[in-house]
Structures are given as C-alpha cells and as structure tokens.
Design a protein around this ligand. Structure first.
Ligand code: SF4
Ligand code: SF4
Length: 425
C-alpha cells in the first residue's frame, strides 16, 4: 500500500492511493468555548441542502453535546473501540511520542495505528476492510443532539469556586458542544473505501464530493468515514454528504463580488465561533507558509486550534479550540497532545491572537490575510499568576482579491441609547 505523509501524525502512513494534493484546501476553525448550541448553523444547512424527501434524518452539520451525545449515536466511541480492539489484537499500543515536535510534526509523532493501518487486523469473508469502520443502525441516526445539555455526574466539591473566588479549572461535572461537519479530509476514508470510485477531492479547493451518477449506494463510505458524515438517502438509493456550499466557495453567490464566501453554516453562526478559509498547499500536502492568513496563524503559528481525532489518520481539515473546563485526558484523546498548549494560549491570549479572534463572523467573505494596527493599552490583570494586558488594536481582514473586507477593534464599541428609547414597561 502507498505511503503518504500525515503532518498531524508527524509520520508517513499507509493510504490506498498515492499522494496528490489540491492547490488550496478548504479548512475551518471552531472555538468550542463560545458555542451556545443554538443550532442556527444546523438549520442553515438543513434549509439549504437537506430539506427533501428521504433527507429527514440527514444533518450534514450538527452540534452535539459531549460526552454523551453523538450523531449518529456513539460514532466516536465506536470508532475508538474498533481502533482499540485492533491494537489489542496486534499487541500494539496507541500513543504519541511528544519528544521532538517540529514544523513537520507539530504535535509530535503518533505511534499507534490509524484506521487505514488497523484495517488489516479485521478480516471478514471478503478479506480485510480498506478502512476500519462500521455501519450505524437506522436508530442511531434518529437524533441530531441526543442527551442535549446532559452533564457528567456531579462528584461533590464546590464546582469551579475556590477560596479565591470563581475560577475555570477542570470541572468534575461538565459537558460541552462539539460542532461537526465533513472535514474534507486530506486523506478521506470515504474516498478510499468507495468501490465505484464515485468520490473525488477537487484539485482546486480540496472539497470532497460524491458523484451522484456513479454512486450505487453500497454505503462503503458511510461505513468507512470515522466521523460518519456521508449519509444514505433511501429515496434516491445513493449516498450524499456535505458539499461545502461549493457555489459560495467558487464566488458565484450574488453577494460575493466574485470572491469566495463562507458556507451557510459558518456565515450564520450566532455565537461567532466559526472561521473558514482556503489555505494554500504545497505539492506534498503541507501548508504553504502564509503568516498573515488567519487560519495559518491559529493552526500553525499559535497552535491554538487542533484537529478532531487526528489518530484516525484522515488528516481532517477542521480545527477546534478546545474547551477550557473539560478534563484534559478526555480532550487529549479527542484533539491529541497539543491540548495543554492550546488551552494555555487561549486562556491568556497573546496580543495578536486576541486581535485575530475578533475577526470571527465579521464578514461572510473568506479572509485571506489580516493586518493589525496597534492601539493603546486598555486593561491589565493577572492570568494564572502572570501579568496580562489588553490593547485596543485594530484588525483588518482582506478578501481573496486583497480588498479590505472588514475592520474591527479589540474593544467592542459601546452604544448608549438615548433615554427616549428606555423600556417603558
Ligand atoms: S450557530 Fe454557532 S453558536 Fe449556534 S450552535 Fe452553531 S456553531 Fe454553535
Ligand atoms: S469527514 Fe468523512 S466524509 Fe468527510 S472527507 Fe473525511 S472521511 Fe470523507
């Protein structure tokens, strides 16, 4: 089987196809700390793409409550269990060597097997699978946010309140929202598993699509995708998945002025937790150094946003700023060994990070570059015993044609309404 380089794992891995990468890659960053689970994103997607017959239980975008929730139910627990069983059978351990991180291995090196490599451990009547996976039952697809707002059991103690006052340590009782859509992976499991070669990754933007004419509904993609984002439509008898709102990415939306626009789920986000863009890639799949690109900055320079279950091996292109209050072992399993650094960076953000985070949901246009002009110091405090200051810098975002798309300050302007509008009730 060909070997490809997966930079999220810091090593080469087996993949059924030779390396071939798009010119640029659809990618996004979600700040889990800010999501309020309003599901506006979910409904924006549903009302655009999946409102037809046979799509009733289809949610290309969903927001689920962790640790118990999942759509389909138990998707990640089941994938992790398969991976764990394969390691036990092979007498291997799943882990990370975090000793020598570098640009080509920012989180260290994954020493376990991916879902592609572990597939050889499970033989069936037709040989081993191309990707270790499973088909969810119909029942598991029924609820887009089962166990909504259900927290882990409260184990005593005064939650988050210490002698020094309220704080945000890891809570004994916790939940958080995980926003999910297709990750338009660099090494898609869905594509690798399709016996009809009906799935392809677009060379211009890395969007992964299912050719509806070629698909015969075998559901190999549904079985293989660890994130369970391809879905079967019984009325057409073919599989469907997130199309990354490609007309908007192509700049053909009437409001786009010819530049890429963010997808519907991103553009509608009420909590301002989402930012999306196209990152340029080298022929070997690594990201072209682009210091002033907001996604490059957050993922590669600041390392505040991390991939979801990198150990699966698909090199997903969705990145998450992890929630601060959740026990670290749970987060390390979900986002890899970069969790502690990411949370430290987010808890006491650098001057630049604080400015860049103001760009979330300020425009529907995808931003290709940002600049910061410095402003005065407006606030000082200590965070985790260290001094921290806030500056009222101005951050300017530019669209794909280099035109200014947005200009915001770190301090949000305060508007005092004249007394005649005071609530008279
Ligand atoms: S719209 Fe934004 S805040 Fe609301 S559920 Fe979706 S990601 Fe969370
Ligand atoms: S998330 Fe799943 S459906 Fe999307 S590209 Fe990756 S493997 Fe394919």
């Amino acid at each position: 089987m060909p070997q490809v380089y997966n930079w999220q794992l810091g090593r080469t891995m087996e993949y059924p196809y030779e390396e071939r990468h798009p010119k640029s890659q659809f990618a996004f960053v979600f700040n889990t700390n800010r999501c309020i689970a309003c599901q506006t994103c979910t409904m924006a997607c549903k009302s655009t793409w999946t409102f037809g017959k046979g799509q009733e239980a289809m949610w290309w975008n969903n927001v689920e409550t962790k640790p118990y929730g999942g759509y389909p139910q138990f998707w990640d627990i089941k994938a992790l269990k398969l991976l764990d069983d394969a390691h036990q059978k092979a007498g291997a351990t799943m882990g990370w060597e975090t000793g020598k991180p570098g640009p080509s291995k920012p989180y260290g090196e994954y020493s376990g097997m991916t879902l592609f490599e572990a597939a050889r451990q499970r033989y069936g009547p037709e040989g081993h699978q191309r990707v270790l996976g499973y088909l969810p039952t119909d029942e598991e697809w029924r609820f887009p946010n089962i166990y909504e707002d259900t927290s882990t059991a409260y184990q005593g103690g005064r939650l988050g309140i210490s002698a020094e006052g309220a704080s945000l340590p890891e809570h004994k009782s916790w939940f958080f929202y995980l926003q999910r859509l297709c990750n338009h992976c660099t090494y898609p499991a869905c594509l690798a598993a399709c016996p009809r070669k009906a799935i392809y990754k677009r060379p211009e933007d890395g969007i992964v699509l299912i050719d509806q004419e070629r698909c015969r509904g075998y559901r190999a993609c549904v079985e293989a995708c660890p994130y369970k984002k391809p879905m079967y439509r019984p009325t057409t008898r073919v599989s469907e998945k997130c199309v990354a709102c490609y007309p908007r990415i192509e700049g053909t939306d009437p409001l786009s002025e010819g530049v890429p626009m963010e997808t519907r789920c991103m553009a509608s986000c009420v909590g301002k937790i989402r930012m999306q863009g196209l990152v340029k890639t080298n022929p070997d799949g690594s990201w072209v150094e682009d210091r002033q690109h907001p996604l490059y900055y957050m993922v590669k320079i600041e390392k505040v946003a991390l991939p979801l279950y990198p150990q699966f091996g698909t090199e997903p292109n969705g990145y998450y700023i992890p929630p601060r209050w959740v026990p670290r072992p749970y987060l390390r399993q979900m986002f890899g060994p970069g969790v502690d650094e990411a949370i430290d960076k987010y808890t006491a953000p650098s001057r630049e990070l604080l400015a860049v985070m103001q760009l979330f949901r300020t425009t529907q246009k995808m931003l290709s570059r940002y600049e910061i002009t410095q402003g005065p110091k407006v606030y000082e405090t200590t965070v985790n015993g260290k001094p921290w200051a806030m500056y009222n810098d101005t951050v300017i975002g530019y669209d794909a044609r280099g035109r200014e798309a947005v200009r915001v300050t770190v301090e949000e302007p305060v508007h005092v309404r004249p007394a005649q509008y005071a609530n008279s009730i």
